[in-house]
Design a protein around this ligand. Sequence first.
Ligand code: URA
Length: 207
Amino acid sequence: AYTAKPFVPDHGTLDDLRRAAAGCRGCPLHRPATQTVFGTGNTHARVMLVGEQPGDQEDRQGKPFVGPAGKLLDRALAEAGVDPADTYVTNAVKHFKFTQAEPRKRRIHKSPSLREMTACGPWLAAELALVEPELIVVLGATAGKALLGSSFRVGQVRGTVLEEEIHGRPERLVPTVHPSSVLRADDREQAYQGLVADLKVAARALG
Ligand code: URA
C-alpha cells in the first residue's frame, strides 16, 4: 500500500517535518507535482485548517491556500473573527494532483483518491501531534473523509462542533464547505455567507 510513514520523522519540529516531507515518495503524486506543499503557520496555533490538496498556484509557490480559494478563505476568516496568527493551514494531501491535455496547457485539478489520502495521513497525524490545536476546521468533503472516514458528508455536519478521536487523540472539529466550492456556486454570495457563518461557529467554540 502507498504510505508516507517511512518518510515521517518520529520526532522534531514542524520545520523538520517540512524538510522531510519535501522528499516524500510515499505515493505516485510526487512525480508530476512541482513540490511538496506542507502546512504553514504557528506551532502554537489554536486552530488547524485542513483543506484537500494544493492547487496550481500552491504547487508553484510551495505554500497552501495562496491561490483564489486561499484569498477567499482569508477574507472569510477575517469576517468571522478568526485571527490568522492563531491558525495553522494545511491539506489532507500534500501534492497537487492534476490532468493536463498537453505540456504547457492548463493543469486541471483532480480529486485525490482514498488511497492517496490514506497514504498522506501520517503527515497530517504528525502535524496534529505537534500543533495540538484546540479546534480543527475541516474544509470540505475530502478533508472530512481523510479525518473522519469515508462516510463523512459535509452537508450533514457543517457548522457544528464535532468531538471525535483522530489518530488516537480526542479532537474538536468544525466542518464547513471547501472555499473552492464557494467560487463555483451559482449564488456565490449566499455560499460565501454560509462559509462565514460556519467559521463563526469555530470562532465562538474557541472563545
Ligand atoms: N485548495 C485546497 O484544498 N488547498 C489549497 O492549499 C489550495 C486550494
